[in-house]
Write a protein that binds this ligand. Structure first.
Ligand SMILES: [Fe+2]
Ligand SMILES: [Fe+2]
Length: 171
């Protein structure tokens, strides 16, 4: 079982993209933390961890396939934001970019009849549906609840409740 050089490059590009996503969510978490959005900060710290696990999944897959992975450089992400809603909009856009990249890889696997990588990517295809839905639903909250201080506080609480794993930054 071997993957093509093209597939290897695409997967390595995806390692970089997941790493960049992790970094970007880290910047969002940090901004939320200093701004006083505690729930959102926890949410994005956890989201950053999640993206790192995605990156690791691909690194392990490449290595398992005998196509050593390339660890990308860390680029400094966008780190100044206007509002919580602005952050969620950027997050949704980032996820849409990731989805497009995953779909492109799936197309390569189909062309190359690379069934192993096709099966490997299935998890990512499903994950992206959830990721996009998650941010779309959160963005709807601004329409439903509002954009004043009380509304944003309410949305921050919703984010706190939806944090997949509360990150204990003091540990
Ligand atoms: Fe991801
Ligand atoms: Fe994601």
């Amino acid at each position: 079982m071997k993957i093509s050089p093209k597939m290897k490059k695409s997967l390595n590009d995806q390692v970089a993209l997941e790493g960049a996503a992790s970094n970007s969510y880290l910047a969002m978490a940090s901004w939320c933390e200093v701004t006083g959005y505690e729930g959102a900060a926890n949410y994005f710290y956890a989201q950053s961890d999640e993206e790192r696990t995605h990156m690791l999944k691909i690194i392990h897959y490449l290595n398992d396939m005998g196509a050593a992975s390339t660890i990308p450089a860390i680029q400094s992400p966008l780190s100044t934001f206007k509002s919580l809603e602005g952050i969620l909009k950027i997050a949704l856009k980032n996820e849409q970019t990731v989805t497009a990249a995953i779909h492109k890889m799936v197309e390569i696997t189909q062309k190359e009849k690379d069934h192993s990588t096709y099966a490997f990517l299935e998890w990512f295809v499903n994950e992206q549906v959830q990721e996009e839905t998650k941010f779309e639903t959160l963005l709807q909250k601004f329409e439903l609840i509002g954009r004043d201080k009380l509304a944003i506080n309410e949305i921050d609480k919703i984010l706190a409740a939806e944090s997949p794993t509360p990150v204990d930054s003091t540990a």
